[in-house]
Design a protein around this ligand. Structure first.
Ligand SMILES: *[C@@H]1O[C@H](CO)[C@@H](O)[C@H](O)[C@H]1NC(C)=O
Ligand SMILES: *[C@@H]1O[C@H](CO)[C@@H](O)[C@H](O)[C@H]1NC(C)=O
Length: 287
């Protein structure tokens, strides 16, 4: 008996070795998911489907945390939920990290730059053969939204997601952004509401933009199971804009978001680039 307990303990401790994935529980999508530390990305946390069916293609999100936090699991709920529908994410900060990554008043986003460099070299190659670097979105919450818009011009970034965020004093970078921007704000009680609303209006007239407000404030529904309505909006956004699933566009274009309580505005959406669909994920089939 004693021996078998000893063997079980040593097996368990090898499972929690640093690079083994921490497996997600309770996501709504068809794929098993987890997060882990990738040696090539020492300041980040990677979220992805674990052993998805062969041939599965994975678009990519780079994610900046609220408070520009270096805690790579701070938004783990929403990143695992999106992964369960076939999205690979790189969050800023390590799973055990805590301090700030760049900061509110910085004009640089070094961790986002590192993530994009890593994608350039590794997506489509070797054990990351299923990553598709032609499908990359950058997004973040609050301070993470500020980190995100600083890398909008990077050639790999196809579109931007700004969650509970807006530029601090006046719109600056926003005036130049020509790639599609999606705003997800928490209504008037969101400390970033005024700035996000102002930025939305200050984008170049031809920039495709969508904005939703759900009256839940700055911390939104991030801490709920699978990040609640914000988590749902995020995974539908990525499913539509990175995987090309037209069904998920209904949420944005045909009243799905309104039915969930969002107040929606959009403009120049006719210029939104068409995304070639990849098979939607289902249990047991490549997607
Ligand atoms: C990081 O965030 C997660 C999720 O909110 C939390 O459980 C954990 O304690 C945080 N870690 C640190 C080092 O702050
Ligand atoms: C922005 O405004 C805040 C006060 O709201 C001020 O402390 C800060 O210095 C300003 N930053 C810049 C870059 O102008």
């Amino acid at each position: 008996m004693k021996y078998s307990v000893g063997i079980l303990l040593s097996a368990a401790s090898s499972v929690v070795a640093q690079s083994a994935p921490v497996i997600g529980k309770g996501q709504t999508g068809p794929l098993k998911v987890g997060y882990f530390e990738e040696p090539g990305l020492p300041k980040h946390t990677v979220y992805m489907p674990i052993d998805p069916p062969a041939g599965t293609k994975l678009p990519i999100l780079i994610w900046g945390n609220g408070a520009c936090s270096g805690n790579g699991t701070l938004f783990g709920k929403t990143l695992l939920e999106s992964a369960s529908y076939g999205i690979f994410s790189i969050a800023m900060g390590t799973p055990k990290g805590g301090s700030s990554t760049s900061g509110m008043n910085s004009d640089k986003s070094p961790l986002q730059e590192q993530a994009l460099e890593w994608i350039e070299k590794n997506a489509g190659v070797g054990k990351y053969a299923n990553l598709d670097k032609t499908r990359v979105a950058a997004a973040g919450q609050s301070c993470g939204g500020l980190e995100t818009i600083r890398v909008w011009e990077h050639p790999l970034v196809k579109l931007i997601g700004v969650f509970n965020s807006g530029e601090l004093n006046v719109s600056k970078l926003t005036l130049k952004i020509t790639k599609p921007v999606f705003y997800f704000l928490g209504g008037e009680s969101d400390i970033a509401y005024k700035n996000g609303e102002r930025d939305y209006k200050q984008l170049p007239a031809t920039t495709p933009r969508w904005k939703g407000n759900l009256p839940v404030g700055h911390m939104a529904t991030w801490s709920q199971v699978n990040s609640g309505k914000f988590g749902k909006a995020m995974r539908l956004w990525l499913d539509w804009q990175l995987r090309g699933n037209e069904e998920s566009s209904d949420f944005f274009l045909k009243g799905g978001a309104k039915a969930d309580g969002w107040t929606v505005e959009m403009a120049a959406m006719e210029s939104l680039p068409k995304v070639t669909p990849i098979q939607s994920c289902k249990v047991g089939t490549a997607c």
